[in-house]
Design a protein around this ligand. Sequence first.
Ligand code: C2E
Ligand code: CA
Ligand code: CA
Length: 672
Amino acid sequence: MPHNNLGAKCPEDAANADIAARLARRLARERSARLEAERTAEKGLRDLYAAKRDLDIICKVAATANTANRIDEILEPAVEAVLDATGWPLAAVEQLGARLLEGPPVCLTRSRRDDLASLALLIGRGSLVLQPDSEAADALEKGEVYFSTDLKHDPMPFAQRVVAENCGMRYSVLVPVRTHERTVAVIRLIAPTPANNPQRLAILLGQIADQVARVYERQQMAERLIHDALHDPLTQLANRQLFIDRLNRAAQAKLMGGKDYSVLFLDLDRFKAVNDTMGHAAGDTVLIEVAARINRTVAAYRLLPAPTVARVGGDEFCILVENEPGADGAIGHRLASDLVERIARPFVLGAEQAEIGVSIGVAPSFYAFGNGDLVLKSADTAMYGAKSQGRGQVQIYDQKLRELDIRRERLVQCLREAVKAGFRGFSVVYQPIIDLASERLTGFEALMRFVDDTGAAVRADEFIALAEQHGLIGKLGEFVLDEALQAQARFNASAAPDRKLTISINVSPLQLSPTLAPVISKALTRYEADPALVAIEITENVAIDQSERTMGAIDALRGLGVRVSIDDFGAGYATFGALRKFHFETLKIDRSFVEGLDADEGIRIVKAIIDMGHGLNVAVTAEGIETPQQARMLRELGCDNAQGYYFAHPLDFEGAMREALQQPHVSHRDAA
Ligand code: C2E
Ligand code: CA
Ligand code: CA
């Protein structure tokens, strides 16, 4: 039998031990639960603290980003923030592909270690090149933060990697700076240990990078606005404003003893014909291709600084060459000759071809105008000089042109003062217009004359062009209108009703505005003129401009009942279809065709014009008849009216009055 002594005691002890063990277990459980709770609380606090720190970091970056206009203002703060966020020793911003940063990329280290400082220098130099289809490239393109587990997976140059590894660095993180369109840069962090909370870090780094991207986009937007304001949208060349700005600087610098320069002014030949016949889209294509040819030709000269190429008007381009070896524009002249040759080559437009050309004026810095507008004007003058020699020419602004300019400047001044002084020096002369069949006077063309302050007569072509360019033509037009209608009233005062003389008055295209008809209407009323005996002569070229303004002005003239006469017919570029829209009553054959009447071909052309005029029920007048042969030929061809030195030169009022008075004062229609 087992000893029973303890037998009574044993069950008691066992029960106690059991309780103790249970208690111990419970205690342990409670302790561990308490520890767990403490740990959770601590972690919550830590997370809270970390979140608060992240928030502080991101707030600081965002505050800088809010005021930064340029990308370089945000890069350093962003890299600082990244270092704050990770506590890692080194971070850099590296550009990707396109130019992002003006200076070198930013690379910062907080470590005092020399080897890390060298690594920072090394990284701070290059830009990042991504291996296509690599893991890193994929992540960065998608805008995801990339954690490399080994520097080998980081797309860094070999030399950098070796140095980084020697510094004890094993891990890197690449954070894409992504705009709406693409990843433009990467923030790279390098560390000896892996990130301990990659998810949290990825979010924070992503937010910092977003702030950088925001500033980048803002800067881009501002740069685009500035670019658009200074460039031609079609060709992307500089616009007039930018060109003048650069030219002003070059011109002023030259005045202060700076470098010589030259300016080329290009005006395309026959471009309007391309636009009119092949359409505006073809015209645009030609302009873009011309810009490209200019750029290529200029680039071949390898000049530094690169010349500024600008589009300054519809088919006008300018080039500023800033490194001329002397004041005579030698490089500009050579470049101009090259350009003439290049632009003369055909332009292929789909199945069609266009051939245009260019006339170029070159202004050297010899005359040292301190103002860009004056330089440009002299280049423009030279360009007109080139055009007047025929197409595809180059003309340099030389002493002769300079003298011409000086004369024009003086003349403009003189015209201004003369207009102000009640049209002092201006007068109107009257050239008889003859009915060819009867050789009887039918009327006069009023032509303006001007004598300058030295008493010299100035050619009508010359002073009228200047008056047009300087805003004086409107006033002069009113002067002529008034004089001519007054003269007509006196010519016709005693004429028989069917012998009344017509008056033809030239109107500049610039006068075709809404105010023209009211002005004419008032003058008609003032002199009680019969509108049917008043012809307004408009040159053929106005038909090219079919703007509402022009068309409206001509319609308004017809509304007054005056006749519209197409002047210089055949000398301009207007298509007949365009001309017909004006419903004119008279067509004046340009003098150049009358000159051609001594050849068979010339005769055929004039005959064609006359027949066409009659087909349209339009009276035809020939201008510039100087010989009896021309007069006879025109009569044979059936031309209605004639005007020219052969019949009479323009006459002053008294002379014209004498002619008018020789008209029969009663109807001689039958006797004629
Ligand atoms: P246009 O309207 O074609 O005027 C005819 C021009 O030919 C006049 O020159 C006239 O004197 C000239 N002429 C006439 N017969 C002959 C001839 O047989 N042989 C030659 N070689 N020439 C002849 P003008 O008066 O020097 O005027 C030149 C141009 O100036 C005019 O050409 C016209 O475009 C413009 N013009 C003249 N007066 C006025 C005006 O009052 N207003 C406007 N807007 N323009 C005017
Ligand atoms: Ca005329
Ligand atoms: Ca004419």
